[in-house]
Design a binder for this molecule. Structure first.
Ligand SMILES: [Zn+2]
Length: 471
């Protein structure tokens, strides 16, 4: 016999305690039987049975405590591993408009069940966010920043394919207020401040955002140092951009030089001016890297709770060289033909190029710095910048996890950067990021244990989005 249980947890518990040998039937549910669960906060639990209903996790029991009726929809989880769905916290739906229509599908295929879009035309990104809200079982959850809020000249101004129009160049605090008011009507989830802002503009963005309860992420403006930006209330930093400029023993001198270059360059295209400043300063900063200064900056980032999205795979592009790998290039087949063709050609050309000595040193500095940030207990989130730099949507998040693990961060902590940490960032830690009763059933079944080898996050057997198996 079997018991027909819809989803009355109290009834279920009563039945469990009173007649443990009976068979259980959960109508319209998916049951995953005898799987090893990896909750990022609670660790590995072997031989668990999970019941999913109405998009959520209804029940978790040790398999020995519950006998499922054959009438249930059952997934045999023997020797498999269940982890929460992953987040990519740095993506751009609007970077290549032609690619946007397949990005949601690719994210889910690779187990990315939530993404944070960190900059692009609001009309484009919102379109895909609305699509995801209307189709929650076939698209990732999308959280969006709207356009990059930049100063003048703005970097991403649409002047060439390398600088699509992702940003808005703002010339006054009034223009900033107006823009943020507009973005609020579009239900943005956060704001992103960019590199060409003046300190006054940057501070105005944070103050205005705070009044509206919006977080501000961003690049450290070239006109500021990291400490001032963090003290102003920046909630998170992308790519640890411009951190090295503040960690140099000659940081004050470098800031003065940057301000002069910004002043002299108002007629230059924003991307070109930014590149010139980076070229003039990054090498000098790395040569004058001051460990003591870095430690004191990290202490301030910790004190201010300034989170970090290191995009380490991107930042170490020339040293780690993901684009050379066969597996990587094979992922291009899923892209529209013209993009696949271009990425393939570029990857082959880059394969022939060696990293300069400075580039290697700079990449190595990033790797060491991310481990220092982790050791300083500053929260980290995994993000990629896909589809920039031939980072295939979805696959690139797994590359980011591998890069984070290579720094020496333990695998379970690396998993947190793509699960519990992003959930907490968006105040969703009671709904997403863990394997717990009552949480959304955004889950991945893996064929191998990611705690043993982080690359096992790629051994995806089944993706479940909001309680439905994604095919
Ligand atoms: Zn980005």
């Amino acid at each position: 016999m079997f018991l027909n249980i819809k989803y009355t947890p109290l009834l279920l518990l009563l039945v469990l305690f009173s007649c443990g040998s009976k068979e259980y039937f959960f109508e319209n549910a998916i049951c995953i039987e005898n799987i090893n669960t990896i909750d990022p906060l609670e660790g590995l639990k072997e031989n668990q049975t999970i019941v999913l209903l109405d998009g959520k996790i209804l029940k978790i029991e040790p398999t020995k405590n519950i006998v499922l009726s054959k009438e249930n929809t059952i997934i045999n989880g023997t020797n498999k591993y269940l982890i929460p769905g992953l987040w990519d916290t740095h993506v751009h739906f609007a970077y290549i408009e032609e690619l946007a229509p397949i990005m949601s599908n690719l994210f889910l295929k690779y187990g990315i069940t939530s993404v944070r879009d960190t900059g692009g035309k609001v009309a484009i990104v919102k379109k895909w966010k609305d699509h995801a809200i209307a189709n929650p079982t076939i698209a990732p959850r999308i959280f969006m920043a709207g356009p990059l809020l930049d100063g003048i000249p703005n970097v991403y101004d649409g002047s060439d394919p390398g600088h699509p129009e992702l940003s808005i160049g703002l010339n006054s605090t009034e223009a900033i207020t107006k823009q943020i008011d507009f973005l609020e009507t579009k239900n943005v989830d956060l704001l992103k401040a960019y590199e060409m802002l003046s300190p006054e503009q940057f501070i105005h963005i944070i103050k205005t955002a705070n009044k509206k309860g919006l977080k501000v992420t961003g690049h450290i403006p070239l006109s500021m140092d990291v400490i001032s930006a963090s003290n102003a209330g920046l909630h998170s930093m992308e790519h640890i951009r411009n951190l090295e400029l503040s960690c140099a023993s000659n940081a004050k001198e470098l800031l003065k030089e940057r301000k002069a270059m910004l002043l002299a360059g108002t007629n230059i295209q924003g991307g070109t001016l930014r590149a010139a400043i980076h070229k003039a300063q990054q090498k000098k900063a790395i040569e004058n890297y001051d460990e003591f200064k870095a430690d004191s900056i990290l202490a301030i980032l910790k004190r201010n709770d300034t989170w970090q999205i290191p995009t380490l795979a991107l930042n170490t592009f020339f040293s780690r060289r993901y684009f050379e790998k066969k597996e990587w290039q094979n992922s291009y087949f899923a892209l529209p033909d013209s993009i696949a063709h271009y990425w393939q050609n570029r990857s082959e050309a880059l394969t022939q190029m060696k990293a300069s000595d400075f580039r290697k040193k700079y990449d190595h500095w990033h790797i060491k710095m991310i481990k220092k940030i982790y050791d300083a207990k500053i929260p980290i989130m995994a993000g990629t910048d896909t589809p920039i730099a031939y980072l295939t949507p979805g696959l690139s998040l797994h590359e980011e996890l591998a890069a984070l693990a290579e720094t020496g961060i333990p695998n379970i902590e690396v998993l947190k950067t793509a699960t519990t940490n992003p959930a907490k960032y968006f105040n969703l830690e009671k709904e997403l990021g863990q394997i717990k009763e009552g949480m959304w059933a955004d889950l991945l079944i893996l064929d191998a244990n990611p705690l043993e080898n982080i690359e096992n996050t790629k051994k995806i057997n089944t993706v479940i989005k909001q309680g439905k198996i994604f095919k």
